[in-house]
Design a protein. Sequence first.
Length: 358
Amino acid sequence: MVVLGSTGSIGVNVLNIAEKFNLKIEALIAGNNIELLNRQIERFSPKYVAVADKDSIDRVNHDNVFYGTNGILEIINLSKSSIVVNSLVGFLGLRPTIESLKCGKRVALANKESLVAAGKFVDVSKISPIDSEHFAIWYLLNGREIDKITITASGGPFRDTPIDMIKSMKAQDALKHPNWSMGKKISIDSATMTNKLFELLEAKWLFDTDRVDAVMEPKSIIHALIDFKDGSTTAHFAGADMKLPIAYALLQEDIKERILPNIDLLNIGEISFKRIDEKRYPIWRIKDEVLSNPDMGVVVNAANEVGVGKFLENKIGFLDISHLVLSAYDKFQDIKLNSFDDIFEVDKEVRKFCEREG
């Protein structure tokens, strides 16, 4: 197995599951957390290792270290593994997804941007999503005809914050997710609801349907629901822990062993659902348009990455992230993607626009 993003929260859980089921780790790809990477190297003895920067190579306790995007792509081509876990954050995860599929490998995908930006060009039959919502949908499917899919959102750290106070929230506030332990980028995306918009686009491609929506379920106990044509609705309950979807994505078989404790309904008490409010989450106003014109996913993603970066550097306010995305969305309404090359061109142009605007 090749693990991209091994030192992130998903990567760490992937390695825990790999150890539990005695899965061989052929390659570890990390960013700049060299201390943790060295512990992982000692524990799993990978054949190949990659880091973000060339300057970090001397600090890595391994004789076969690559670096940067080209290093990742080279490892994917050299590896004999049939599965690549892509838990890289952001648009930089797209090329490794494309390369893995070209090499005939299955991709256990936690990199949302791969499908958000390039879903129309990706063979989703070779994708196993590492995501609680998409795993829940897959788990519920049983051959009956689907009417609608609904995924759930926690609402993030500002779900109960008075709306007039949200604009003054700082990065340290947005990073305090109430239910999940996640990296900085995805935590901010959860706070703006962009993360859920991305998951709807992913669901569109993975399950070949436009009938997808989201509601808030603040406890993150129900991850998805399916309305069937016969009038029944089925929900997937599970704890807020990524080990379950990871295990199924890696093993590709029914799992008889306990991965998580079952839900204690009496301990949970009440479960409530709320509509996602566009006043609280301005990005939500383009949800239906993006689903009907998914080429715009690359625009939304590029603008959002610039906005999140600026917010984390305290250069713009929290609500300015969504305003920047909406501005780029209006500016690039007429884009049409005909190839992978188009994706990278549009991404570049949107980032230039957002750097000027932001």
